[in-house]
Design a protein. Structure first.
Length: 76
């Protein structure tokens, strides 16, 4: 008993689409987790800026200084 070619192609197409759907669902879940983490970070950043502004501003000033300071290259 052999499988009809059209039935075989239909089954193959179904399983291929199912695999693609699973992959896209996994990607969407991962992306939504990343977005949620970023939102949480932003909320925490705002909260700490309100709760202890001096520490928050100090850390931002230090980070800004480090960005502005030229990198010293080894002369030799």
């Amino acid at each position: 008993m052999s499988l009809h070619p059209a039935a075989f192609m239909t089954a193959l197409c179904f399983f291929t689409m199912r695999i693609i759907t699973i992959i896209f669902q996994a990607l969407a879940t991962t992306l939504s987790e990343l977005i949620r983490v970023e939102k949480t970070r932003a909320i925490l950043r705002i909260f700490f800026a309100q709760a202890c502004p001096s520490v928050f501003l100090f850390s931002h000033r230090e980070a800004a200084k480090k960005r502005r300071e030229p990198k010293l290259k080894f002369q030799g």
